[in-house]
Design a protein around this ligand. Structure first.
Ligand code: GDP
Ligand code: CA
Length: 318
């Protein structure tokens, strides 16, 4: 079974760990979001790719959901002693090594896809991890601070501002000119099923779909496309997805997110059991819908969700 999964960071990574347990023999290609990437201290940081790589490779800080386990922050402290920030982005010593290797390889001329493959030689995530594009795409968020409208990098909005001000627009800068990374369109065309984990619909999956050719490839793959809601009980399970959903005019409900993707893209949608009353609305939009427990409290719970997603895919196919 060839599976393609469009993934952001934590939600995508935890779901993938469950999927690997649910379907140990599957051939899984992950198309990772790179719109969150940022240059810090002269280094290229790819938070979502790294979260997937560390989570599947056994190096993640479990509790936090991002960054390395057993992390220390000596380098960050030394940089701060020189007055060099930003202080609001948590880069640990172990994590720094990843970004140094990545930046060195990019500087030597390797594309991000090749660099990611090289990093995965160490982590052995058990999936093929592809960046959505080798081209630079950077998500910016339009905000109003002190009566002045300006655009900030997604990380500044999310990490520094903690999405405390309204997002007026979310723009994946560079997406229009970006090309899907080598292997992305081929993997979608050859897939038996395409899954949208409970990743952020706007700044994770939405950004991947904004790379010209990817949305079209998924829509035209002719195989079941099944997603899982990141919204449970009318709120994101973690984080501030409601703020970026509002920026694109979508309510923070499981049904509204399904309608946002639309039946042109999605064949099946899983909502949590607390959102069972959303099923009628989703099915009225032409998307088959089931309610199942959607909290990834541990790997078994994530595996159960993955089994339900694959079962819904088979139902759609049948
Ligand atoms: P990020 O890049 O680290 O923000 O991660 P993703 O975009 O992959 O996933 C973020 C989304 O995952 C958030 O909108 C959360 O609501 C959702 N999420 C996190 N944990 C869970 C969970 O246990 N269940 C569900 N249904 N969604 C979750
Ligand atoms: Ca992210």
């Amino acid at each position: 079974m060839r599976m393609v999964v469009l993934a952001g960071g934590i939600g995508g990574a935890r779901f993938l760990r469950g999927l690997k347990r649910a379907a140990p023999d599957a051939d899984i290609t992950v198309i990772g979001n790179t719109g969150d990437d940022i240059h810090l201290f002269g280094l290229k940081v790819c938070p979502d790719l790294d979260t997937v790589m560390y989570t599947l490779g056994g190096g993640i800080d479990e509790e936090q959901g991002w960054g390395r386990a057993d992390e220390t922050f000596t380098v960050k402290g030394e940089l701060a002693a020189y007055g060099v920030g930003p202080e609001w982005f948590g880069l640990g010593d172990r994590d720094f090594a990843t970004h140094i290797v990545r930046t060195q390889m990019l500087g030597a001329g390797y594309p991000l896809s090749a660099v990611t493959e090289a990093l995965c030689d160490r982590w052995r995530p058990g999936v093929r991890l592809l960046p959505m594009s080798d081209d630079r795409v950077e998500t910016h968020v339009a905000v109003e601070i002190g009566g002045e409208r300006r655009a900030v990098h997604f990380q500044e909005y999310w990490v520094k501002l903690r999405a405390s001000v309204d997002a007026h627009a979310v723009v994946p800068v560079g997406a229009e000119q970006a090309k899907p990374a080598p292997g992305v369109l081929e993997a979608i065309a050859e897939a038996d099923v395409v899954l949208f984990p409970p990743s952020n619909p706007v700044v994770s999956i939405g950004t991947i779909l904004a790379v010209p050719g990817i949305r079209e490839a998924v829509a035209e793959a002719g195989v079941p496309v099944v997603g899982l809601s990141p919204i449970v009980g009318n709120a994101p399970v973690r984080g501030m997805a409601d703020k970026v959903l509002a920026a694109v005019g979508v309510e923070a409900t499981a049904a509204a997110v399904a309608r946002h993707y639309g039946s042109g893209l999605l064949d099946g949608w899983l909502v949590d059991t607390v959102d069972a009353d959303a099923i009628a609305e989703v099915e009225a939009a032409g998307i088959r819908c089931r309610s199942v427990p959607l909290l990834m409290t541990d790997v078994d719970a994530a595996a159960a969700m993955a089994r339900e997603a694959l079962a819904l895919a088979e139902e759609v196919r049948g």
